[in-house]
Each structure stands twice: as structure tokens, then as C-alpha cells.
Ligand binder design. Structure first.
Ligand SMILES: [Zn+2]
Length: 439
């Protein structure tokens, strides 16, 4: 992920770098500790660090790097006071954390889950289905607005399709990523396999997801709220209370339609973990996934994952990461300020754009600010700009470019040139974007 971000940030830098004055115109970690699941047998859990580094992207770099740094740290000399970071790490590992996860939503039940989480002031993680995100976009947005994490749980959850062919599985991963990104603006790398990875994922699935930068999270506490329909709240709570405790718990719950009993059990589940001294957190890219080991025998017989299939997923994932980084950079961009004598035109991020190195603004805003006017000839698809009594600009057909808000946009330098106004000075950086014009 780090590397994908870096690639994306480089893309942003290159993109910004293009804008010049002239161009305006134109672990095997503690497996024993994590060994905890009801559904999967005692022996299937492992940590993701178990898998070898993958050829495309160093996924999981965040915590793997941390682990390496910890290993590389020179041992404190005898009598030497341990450095602060070591103490901080120790304090961190002492804090017991529970990650509540809700699968298969969003649905009406998600709203009640969100209400309860808000009351308790705790964060959780929602592994959503793409098709449900498209049906309940406002609930998906609410998950993000209220500070929770969102993860991909495939598009339709149909086991036969997902595990019958990797190509279909990958299609669903991509489709769901798109649905989540387009609905919430969040590009997630968190993923949970329907039914868990055990007996469903082979090493090829793990490798492909890893190469594409996804973090696959199974669980180590199964509430068994979906073993059949309508498992009573009391039984869900009893199952949770009977589950083995560990310093990190990933609790599997469901918030899809029909899981009213899970919602009902939630306050008592929260109370239980609080009484055991757990802090509640959402899963982030920095949280090491709890994963089941690939089973010796899968439930499915299918062809092996191919290199082109992996490549397709990797390319999709990198493209979405770049897109998301660019969108974030654009959203965080400073105001664009145009100066002409004492007059100023201030355009917020989103009110101006950059295409092929040229700053673009609304033709109407620019024209009216300099004291001109716009004439629209809708029947003939013509847009004319008048300045000091003359028609200075006329656009038609392909010459008319619109922003995603439907405004007619023009490159600022080229448009001003038509008005007989020149740029005398400009500053264009990540912090400041200002243009001074002749009067
Ligand atoms: Zn599920």
C-alpha cells in the first residue's frame, strides 16, 4: 500500500510539476495467541507474515517494515536506558484491542448498529457487499461520515461464483471497490472473503490479493450469528463470552437484513469487552490481518489463478489508488486567487481544475469578474463572451468543455488573452496559488 501511495504521490507531483508559466496557455507472529476460532479448526490460523513477499507490490509493507525495524534495532547496551520508542511499543502491545466487524451490509440494521456505536463512542469495521452499497448508498456514506472503516466483501457473496473461478472473484472485488469508492470517496484495501478464506482461498488467491495490495482479514471470534436464521441475541452473547480471549480480537458479526438479533446483542457484547479491559478500534491499513491458513483440501475444484488474472487486478488496484490520491490532493488544494488591481477573485478547490498543465476556471465567473458578460445561444449551441462592447470569445461544439458541475470551463491564460488581459506574475505551489493580471 505504501508503495502504491508513493506511486500515486509521485503522479501528483509530476502532474503539478508540469504546470509552468508557459503551459497556462496551452509472523510468523504469535500464532498461538491468535489461535481462536469456532468455525475453523484450531490448526488453521496463522499470521499473514507467514506468506512470502510477493513479486508485484510489497503489500503489508506498513507492518512488515515495522517488524523489520524492530528486528534491526540494536540491542540496548548493558545499563543503557531503553529508548522511548521501545517503551512506547511495549505500552502499545499491552493494550488489548477488539475489532468489531459487521459483514454483508449495509442494510436497515446497519443504521441501528451505527446508532449504538455512536452512543458508546466506539469505532468498528463494516465489510460491505457491493450490491448493497449501490442499494443503500446513504448508509454506506454514513459509515464513513461517522468515522468507521469500510472493507470489501465482494459484490454478491455467492460462493459458487466467487470460488468457482478467480476471474469472477476478481471481477467482484473490482466492482465492489468501485461501488465503495464512487459512493463514499474512500478507496479501501481491507477485504474479507465471504465464508472466510479457509477451504475457499488457495495460495493463488492469497498471492493475487497480496500482489494487488489488499489486506485479507479473517477473524478469531465467531459470534455464530449466521449459523442459521434468527440466532437469539442471548445465544450470540453466550458464544462470544465462551470464546477465547487474546490481545487482539477480530469479532465476526453481521448487519445484513435478518440480523436484528445481532443488533439486539450488541450493547451486551460491548459491555462484555469493556469489562475485560478492551479498547475498541476500527481496522486500518496498519492492523495486521488475522488470517486462516489455506486448507489442505479446498471445497472447490477450479483452475489455478493465472498471471494475466493477477495482473488485471493489480493494474485495477493501482489505478484506483492513483485516482484516489489525485482526488485527495485536489480536494486539499489551496484557493486560487486572481488579482487585478484591487479586485480579487477567490476560487476554492473544486472551483478550478488543471488539465494538461493549464488552470481552468468557469468562463462565466471569469468574464463577469473582469466586467464582461456571457451570451448563451442554446438553440445553436453557442457561447459568446463580451468584453468592453466586443465579442471576444465564441465557443461552439467541441470547443465547449464543462466541469463535472456542468459549468463551461476555459483555460484561464488563453481566455484572458482574448480579453486583452495578461498575466504579469503567478505563484503556483501546494500552499499558494495566485495570479496577478494587468489592469
Ligand atoms: Zn459474509
Amino acid at each position: 500500500m505504501r508503495r502504491m501511495l508513493r506511486v500515486a504521490i509521485c503522479a501528483v507531483m509530476m502532474w503539478v510539476g508540469l504546470i509552468e508559466l508557459g503551459s497556462f496557455a496551452g509472523d510468523q507472529s504469535n500464532a498461538a495467541m491468535e489461535r481462536e476460532t469456532v468455525q475453523a479448526s484450531e490448526s488453521v490460523l496463522t499470521s499473514v507474515a507467514h506468506y512470502e513477499a510477493k513479486p508485484f507490490l510489497a503489500a503489508h509493507a506498513s507492518y512488515e517494515t515495522k517488524q523489520q525495524l524492530a528486528k534491526d534495532k540494536p540491542a540496548a547496551a548493558a545499563g543503557e536506558k531503553p529508548s522511548e520508542p521501545v517503551l512506547a511499543e511495549k505500552a502499545e502491545t499491552k493494550q488489548k484491542t477488539v475489532y468489531l466487524t459487521f459483514d454483508d451490509g449495509p442494510s436497515k440494521n446497519t443504521e441501528q448498529v451505527l446508532d449504538l456505536l455512536k452512543q458508546e463512542d466506539i469505532s468498528a469495521t463494516f465489510f460491505v457487499l457491493g450490491e448493497h452499497v449501490l442499494k443503500q448508498p446513504n448508509i454506506a456514506k454514513r459509515i464513513i461520515a461517522e468515522g468507521h472503516a469500510i472493507g470489501n466483501h465482494t459484490f454478491d457473496h455467492k460462493y459458487e461464483r466467487l470460488y468457482g473461478s478467480f476471474a469472477e472473484f476478481a471481477e467482484q472485488v473490482m466492482k465492489t471497490d468501485k461501488a465503495i469508492y464512487q459512493t463514499t470517496g474512500v478507496r479501501t484495501i481491507l477485504f474479507r472473503a465471504p465464508g472466510g478464506t479457509h477451504t475457499n482461498f488457495d495460495q493463488g488467491y492469497f498471492d493475487a490479493m497480496d500482489a494487488a495490495g489488499y489486506q485479507v482479514h479473517d477473524w478469531n471470534v465467531d459470534s455464530r450469528d449466521s449459523k442459521q436464521q434468527g440466532v437469539p441475541a442471548s445465544e450470540i452473547l453466550t458464544t462470544i463470552q465462551g470464546s477465547k480471549l487474546a490481545s487482539k480480537l477480530n469479532v465476526l458479526l453481521h448487519d445484513s437484513a435478518g440480523h436484528e438479533e445481532s443488533v439486539k446483542a450488541l450493547p451486551a457484547i460491548i459491555k462484555y469487552y469493556k469489562s475485560k479491559g478492551y479498547a475498541f478500534a476500527k481496522i486500518t491499513d496498519e492492523v495486521k490481518p488475522i488470517q486462516f491458513k489455506p486448507a489442505d483440501k479446498l471445497k472447490w475444484s477450479r483452475a489455478s489463478v493465472t498471471k494475466p488474472e493477477i495482473k488485471k487486478l493489480v493494474q485495477f488496484s493501482e489505478k484506483l489508488a492513483r485516482e484516489s490520491a489525485l482526488a485527495q490532493a485536489a480536494a486539499n488544494a489551496p484557493d486560487l486567487i486572481l488579482h487585478r488591481g484591487e479586485e480579487m477573485l477567490v476560487l476554492k478547490a473544486g472551483e478550478y481544475g488543471v488539465t494538461n498543465g493549464a488552470i481552468e476556471v468557469s468562463l462565466r465567473k471569469l468574464t463577469e469578474w473582469v466586467g464582461g458578460s456571457i451570451l448563451l445561444d442554446v438553440d445553436n449551441g453557442l457561447i459568446d463572451a463580451y468584453y468592453e462592447g466586443n465579442r471576444v470569445l465564441s465557443l461552439t461544439g467541441d470547443e465547449i468543455h464543462t466541469s463535472d458541475k456542468g459549468q463551461v470551463i476555459v483555460p484561464v491564460r488563453a481566455a484572458l488573452h482574448k480579453f486583452g488581459i495578461q498575466i504579469t506574475k503567478y505563484v503556483y505551489s501546494d500552499q499558494q496559488r495566485e495570479i496577478w493580471l494587468t489592469e
